[in-house]
Structures are given as C-alpha cells and as structure tokens.
Design a protein around this ligand. Structure first.
Ligand code: UGA
Length: 450
C-alpha cells in the first residue's frame, strides 16, 4: 500500500486515463470508474482504447496501482477524492452538455468525508450549481474542488507530470489541501516539488474561468496568425518569418503562432463556443470570439480556393489528403480539418483519398465517401493534387521527387507549412503553403522545375 492518498477517477477518456495513470505514477492507488462495461473489460485486460504516446507503457508499469471497475462504490470505499473526467460535449446551442456531470453528482451518497474534484471542462458557475444540488439532496457535507486540466493530446503524459501550472479552486478546507498535496511532486522546488508547476489556489469560479479563458486565448492566437497569413498571401510577406519575428517578443511568445488550415480537436472549437455562449447567457456579447470561430471555419475552406486556382474545376479530380487526425500523435478525429475539407471536396465533385498513420480506423467511421489508403505513397499515386492536412513527422521525410513522379498532377498544398517549399518546387511540384507570400508557381506549367 502506497503512502500517497488513494483516489478515484470517474470517466476513462483522455483526461480520466491520463489523470489516473499520472497519479498512479506519482504513487497513488487509483480506482477508475466508467459506466461503459466493455471499455472497463478492455482496460482490465490491459488494452488502451485511445492512442496517446507513452500511455500504454505507463498503464502497464503501474498496473498494480490501477483498478478498473463499473462499480462506483469501490472508489467511494477506497478514496475520499473523486476526480470527475466525464465528457462535456457541445449541445446544439453551443452550451456544454452537463448531463454526464449531473449523473455523477446524483450518484454520490451523502458523505462528510468525500469530495468531487472537477477535471471536466465546465461553464463558470457549475461548481456553485453542484453545491446547490448537493444541499437540496441532503449531501451538503460533500466537498467540491475545481481542478481544470490543461493537458494536450499527443503530449498528455508529459503535460501531467511536468505542468506549467496547477489550478485549484475551492473554498478552503481539507479537500483543496488534499488535492494540492497530490500535485505537490509536480510543483516547483519552491513549492516543495521537483518540476515546473506553479500553483494557482483560488476560488471555484475563477478556476473554472482560467480553463475556458486559456483555451479561448490560444484559439484566438491561432486565428490571429491565420489572418496574418492570409494578409501575407496578399502582400507577399512570409508568415513563418513574421511569426518568428513576433514570437521573439517575450510578451507575445513563439508558441501557437503556426499558421495552418485551422484548429480542431475536442477542446478549442467546443470551449470557444462554450465561453461565447456563457457570456451571451449572462448578457455579454463576446465579439472577439465570433471572429475567432469564423476565421477558423473560413481557413479550412480557403484550401479549396487554392486547389481551384491551380486545377480549375475539381470535378473528377483525385485529391489526396495526407493526415486526417486533428493534429499529429493522436487518433482523435473530433473537429478535424479533414472532415470539413473532404466533405467540401466531395461536394465539388472531387474524388478524395486519405491517409493517416494512426487515425485511419477512427477516420473510416467519420469520413463519408473517402477512400482510405494504407500509406502515403498509395494515397499519392495517381493524385492530381495533394493537401497536407496534419503534420505527422513521416511526411517531412517524403521523397518529393518520387511524390512528383507518382502523381498524375503536381499540385501540393502544404496546409501546415511542414515542407521546404524550394525543395518541393525543385522536385517538380507546384507547391503552395499557407501565408508564404505570393504563389507565382501557380502559373508554372506542370512538370517545370522552376
Ligand atoms: C488544447 C489545449 O492546448 C490544452 O491546454 C487543453 O488542456 C486541451 O485543449 C483541452 O481543453 O482539453 P489539444 O486540443 O489537445 O489541447 O491540442 P492543441 O495542441 O492545443 O492543438 C489544438 C489545435 O490547434 C490543433 O488542431 C492544432 O493543429 C492547432 N494549432 C495549434 C494550430 O493550428 N497552430 C498552432 O500554432 C498550434
């Protein structure tokens, strides 16, 4: 038995699994609860339902500390802190759907020795509403802590074990103190740990807002650089150089200044909308976020314009999409740019073939009418044009001369500015990135090495 506090984690999605395995790695026994019996059985057998680098290895390493069950009472018996990591998907109105959170709240017994620790992203005011429900249900002894999660898919384990900050929102008392102790090892040496984590111990509403505001700010940064990229295309500047020059200013910072074909994933689109709705519901019109969302939608569609500029009508044209997941190192297809892009291309009469090193299975469930290839070269063979949608490292290693000779056409739209444009052009491709100045190569005849 470990000397660290045992915990329960409710929900075994990305956030739940990473939180569970992260705390197990730090020495806690963790009871993971999920209502999906099939998923629990797979986890008990050691099968990890999602692709996240390092996760399977860490689950294996900490197997003895991890229990997977559908039975909430196992967690309630063994732990006083119950981390909630259930989904809060968007509803039709753009608000967050809190039904899974409320199901957890309703399942809690009256208790003076337990606390819910909210990891799921929820609107500001949720903690207060839950505390009211606890009171109405005669469970006012149940404590509540907001502890938003900031992990990024693809680097989630590192983000957990070496975070920028840990945010804990509570009203004082044992539960917030206990959560702080759990995170102690990943805090800075000044705070008693050995990592980089700064601690923000605050009230519940502010903690809830830190999460939404952080995601909305990052999404704003991306839409901002995408608009700069679009202006660069009109004016002949190169957005990569511009972002470098801007990012060196400490106040701006170099991260999240990569122009591309828009942000996706389970968090940014949902959280930006949720914050917009939250503001709207309380009477404030958050103008900036409308623009952030609109720019992101248009950014995905601009690729169609680039293809049409180079190919004319897309009817009957074979277009290869390299990368389908919303970003590299994940199999997550939620709000991936490939979904919008492929649907638009098909609607315009194109034939679409896609390849992704990891997300093919997930993509197969969602991409309607798209042929899935087993490799990049298979996808490229016979294509009139290719769009690099997700910057998987393997695409950086593409043999560009081989790409050019296997394609029927020669148009290469690099939606993530991953490749060296000059190398692509000398291999005979009509290469166009995002925001890389004028693209005079559109007029260069097919096969030219200019
Ligand atoms: C995001 C946040 O970065 C995490 O801090 C947060 O915890 C998480 O949401 C969440 O709320 O759960 P994630 O969605 O995993 O993490 O992915 P990011 O790495 O942030 O990328 C989001 C999207 O932005 C991707 O589609 C990516 O391609 C795009 N992006 C990112 C750009 O287009 N340009 C950039 O410079 C950076």
């Amino acid at each position: 038995m470990s000397s660290r506090e045992p915990i329960g984690v409710i929900g075994t999605g990305y956030v739940g699994l990473v939180t569970a395995v992260g705390f197990a790695e730090l020495g806690s026994d963790v009871v993971c609860v999920d209502i999906d019996a099939g998923k629990v059985e797979r986890l008990q057998r050691g099968e990890i339902p999602i692709y996240e680098p390092g996760l399977a290895e860490l689950v294996e390493k900490n197997r003895e500390r991890l229990t997977f069950t559908t039975d909430l009472s196992v967690a309630l018996d063994r732990a006083r802190l119950l981390f909630v990591a259930v989904g809060t998907p968007p509803t039709y109105s753009g608000d967050a759907d809190l039904s899974a959170v409320h199901a957890v709240v309703n399942a809690m017994p009256a208790s003076d020795r337990h606390a819910l620790v909210m990891k799921s992203t929820v609107p500001v005011g949720t903690g207060e509403a839950i505390k009211r429900v606890f009171e109405e249900q005669g469970k006012s002894g149940f404590r509540y802590v907001s502890c938003p999660e900031f992990l990024k898919e693809g680097s989630a384990i590192d983000d957990f074990l070496d975070p920028d900050r840990v945010v804990i929102g509570d009203e004082g008392g044992w539960a917030g103190d206990a959560v702080t102790e759990l995170y102690r090892p990943v805090l800075t040496p000044e705070l008693g740990g050995s990592k980089r984590g700064e601690l923000v111990r605050t009230d519940i509403k502010s903690a809830e807002m830190v999460k939404l505001a952080s995601n909305a700010f990052l999404a704003t940064k991306i839409s901002f650089i995408n608009e700069i990229a679009n202006v660069c295309e009109e004016t002949g500047a190169d957005v990569v150089e511009v972002a470098k020059g801007m990012g060196l200013d400490d106040r701006i910072g170099s991260k999240f200044l990569k122009a591309g074909i828009g942000f996706g994933g389970s968090c940014f689109p949902k959280d930006v909308n949720a914050l917009k709705q939250l503001a709207g519901n309380s009477g404030y019109h958050f103008q900036l976020l409308n623009a952030v969302i609109e720019v992101n939608e248009l950014q995905k569609r601009r690729v169609i314009g680039k293809l049409q500029k180079n190919l004319g009508s897309l009817v009957g044209k074979r277009i290869a999409l390299l990368g389908l997941a919303f970003k590299p190192e994940t199999d997550d297809m939620r709000e991936a740019s490939s979904l919008v892009l492929s649907a638009r291309l098909i609607a315009d009469g194109a034939e679409v073939v896609g390849y992704d090193p990891i997300a093919a299975e997930e993509a197969g469930k969602l991409l309607k009418g798209v042929e899935l290839a087993g490799s990049a070269s298979e996808a490229l063979a016979g294509a009139d044009a290719v769009v690099l949608v997700t910057e998987w490292p393997e695409f950086k290693e593409l043999d560009l001369a081989a790409v050019a000779s296997s394609m029927r056409g020669n148009v290469f739209i690099d939606g993530r500015n991953l490749l060296d444009g000059d190398a692509a052009r000398s291999a005979g491709l009509v290469y166009e990135g995002i925001g890389r100045g004028y693209a005079p190569q559109a007029d260069v005849p097919a096969g030219s090495s200019l």
